[in-house]
Design a protein. Sequence first.
Length: 343
Amino acid sequence: MSEIESLVRENIRRLSPYSCARNEYDSQRGVFLDANENPFGRLNRYPDPFQKALREEIGRLRNIPVDNIFLGNGSDEVIDLCLRIFCEPGKDRIMIFPPTYGMYEVAAAINDVEVVKIPLNDSFDIDLPGVIPFLSQNSVKVIFICSPNNPTANLMNSQTVEFIIQNFSGIIVIDEAYSDFCDSPSFIGKINLYRNIVVMQTFSKALGLAAARVGMAFANAEIISYMNKVKPPYNISALNQSEALKKLKDKAEVKDQVDMILNERERLSAELKNHILVRKVFHSDSNFLLVEMTDADSVYMYLISREIIVRNRSSDVRDCLRITVGTPEENDRLIHELRNMKL
Ligand SMILES: *Cc1c(COP(=O)(O)O)cnc(C)c1O
């Protein structure tokens, strides 16, 4: 049994996947009387279950073979699949580093998987001494590392991440949803060096397709084949596959938007630092700012009353709001309303 196979839940190892009509005949040409579709219309056919055209384009852009790429109905589906493939409900555990993305814990709860939480240290980095005792425990099966992290906005120390990878025999999921907003190298380059990592990226942030729900996972072919085995057959609609493919053809537009967001991030950060109610604007490697206020709850409520919606993270990080960088006009509105707030 391979190392990966030995990490996979037994029922998943044994599972024979649903075989859909389109698995058996791999061509666009022919008379299709196999899937009980209505023969008339435009969206009448089931989509490609393995999103071949889209994965090939992603592979070309990232210079990575198609069988190292999985596409999910958002990264959220990838997170859920990692739990369902690797974690035995009621027995195995995952590890997270709070404050972090809320879906890891929710997906774990849905799958009846316990969560070991090692809070980030004062510099919002992984507390390696706190992690080390767990690395050799077999009950932790999956470690979720979000880098840049949501909501703290910073990259995790890559040497710490690498240390964890090298000293943990379970699966490490590295969530790079915000990696387009910083220039740290992606862990995608290491999926064949380290066979136990899964790198997640998404169409929802820099690529601007949150409505389409397309998440990417990069891993060795064995892990990818388990994901394909467990996912619902038609997990990405034809509409979403074609929108995502179109988006990839427009690299210049995406780059312009990311550049604009990065400029605005610096401008907004400088403006906020000057505001009397702002105690601190944390360093950001992403497209949002974590901002510590003298009183986050009242600023939050005030902004809502001005129809500006930010995320109140004060229950996770004391007195902090998470503010997404918007268009120049939206950021101007925010700054304007904050200046007008009566103290
Ligand atoms: C926004 C975000 C995602 C993206 O999730 P999708 O399901 O792909 O939209 C993933 N991880 C983190 C940490 C995020 O903040």
